[in-house]
Design a protein around this ligand. Structure first.
Ligand code: 4EZ
Length: 230
């Protein structure tokens, strides 16, 4: 077993790198990949840069080049569901691409022929996350995450994504990572901590809470790895 841990931004993986201590850095495909052995488990860690294209490249590289057999994503997200507040954790049950649109041909939003509107995350790791959450005394919500190449800072757009996909949170990488892992048969787990509410104050909230929320998510991911190592 070799576990890939990815984020989109440096802030999303630095708490993990700090925790594991020593690692080997490899430059590959325009990015840096960090490899380590932690509690007897091989890890490959990277931040992809923001968005669906970079996250697709990084997820694929971690699997095809570095040999990852499971993938865990850690990061922050904008809340859609009013029950999600800054710092809260959401684990994706399934993910979609909210900006994928060939509706002009009668297809639903998020769908292209050969694909599917939603990609489901690994059920086993979601079950493990519930155990981890109870051991940590933390609340973790399951929900649908919608992904697109835009920072949503608009109530109308956010509500449209919520209604169209039944989504509880939104971000810019999970849906593409899900497509990669699904295609390559790699179990994946997408965790996000809320940094903002994807509304007109989103950019300010994001700037204020990126670091603390990213840390919330990263700490949980480390506990997940601890559990997988048992
Ligand atoms: C993308 N990530 C945001 C990156 C923003 C600015 C320099 C998560 C996220 C997000 N994505 C947090 N809040 C969001 C929102 N309101 N819309 C989209 O994965 C980088």
């Amino acid at each position: 077993m070799k576990i890939a841990i990815m984020g989109a931004m440096p802030e999303e993986i630095s708490p993990i790198l700090e925790k594991i201590g020593t690692y080997k850095t490899t430059a590959y495909a325009g990015n840096s990949y960090y490899e380590a052995t932690y509690k007897g488990i091989e890890l490959v860690i990277a931040y992809s840069k923001i968005g669906k294209v970079f996250s697709t490249l990084t997820a694929t590289t971690m699997i095809e080049h570095f040999g990852a057999t499971k993938l865990l994503f850690s990061g922050v997200a904008g809340a859609i569901s009013s029950s999600l507040k800054v710092g809260d954790l959401i684990v994706a049950t399934k993910l979609s691409q909210h900006d994928l649109d060939i509706t002009a041909f009668g297809h639903p939003y998020g769908y292209v022929p050969g694909g599917s509107v939603f990609v489901e995350a690994d059920k086993e790791m979601i079950e493990i996350s519930k155990i981890v959450a109870s051991e940590m005394g933390k609340n973790i919500q399951e929900g649908i995450i919608a992904t697109g190449d835009q920072f949503v800072a608009n109530e109308e757009r956010k509500n449209w994504i919520g209604t169209t996909f039944g989504a509880d949170a939104l971000e810019m990488e999970g849906g593409s990572v899900a497509v990669v892992c699904n295609a390559l048969n790699i179990a994946f787990f997408i965790l996000r901590s809320i940094s903002d509410a994807a509304d007109m104050d989103a950019s300010f909230s994001f700037d204020e809470f990126l670091e603390s929320s990213a840390k919330e998510s990263a700490e949980f991911i480390i506990k997940m790895v601890d559990k997988l190592a048992d």
